[in-house]
Write a protein that binds this ligand. Structure first.
Ligand SMILES: [Zn+2]
Ligand SMILES: [Zn+2]
Ligand SMILES: [Zn+2]
Length: 107
């Protein structure tokens, strides 16, 4: 069954090397900042850019196909958090579900 987390994630894990996902982890703090930021027009450029990504991600029709580059980038950022996350009850979006998925690819 396809649920909230799409095939795009599976696809991302399958194709992307774990190392390249880890390289994206520098963007994770901006992602976290953006989801916690309540300003519509934040003075931080990176925060605004990330918010645009997140908004796009929620509406994108291509996301499930895995063909949208913007969505793939966001997925990789999420993956890189998950790879480094040791929290059992993490509040990061989709973290626990992604952890289950990512396990298969790390073994
Ligand atoms: Zn902000
Ligand atoms: Zn997209
Ligand atoms: Zn987490």
């Amino acid at each position: 069954m396809v649920n909230g987390i799409s095939h795009a994630f599976e696809d991302c894990f399958r194709r992307a090397r774990i190392a390249s996902i880890q390289a994206q982890s520098i963007h994770v703090p901006h992602f976290i900042e953006a989801i916690q930021c309540s300003f519509d027009n934040c003075i931080l450029t990176k925060c605004n850019r990330m918010k645009r990504y997140i908004r796009h991600y929620k509406q994108c029709r291509l996301r499930r196909t895995g063909r949208c580059q913007a969505c793939r980038n966001l997925i990789i950022i999420k993956c890189s958090h998950v790879l480094n996350c040791k929290e059992k009850q993490c509040s990061f979006p989709d973290c626990s579900e992604l952890k289950q998925k990512i396990k298969k690819y790390l073994d």
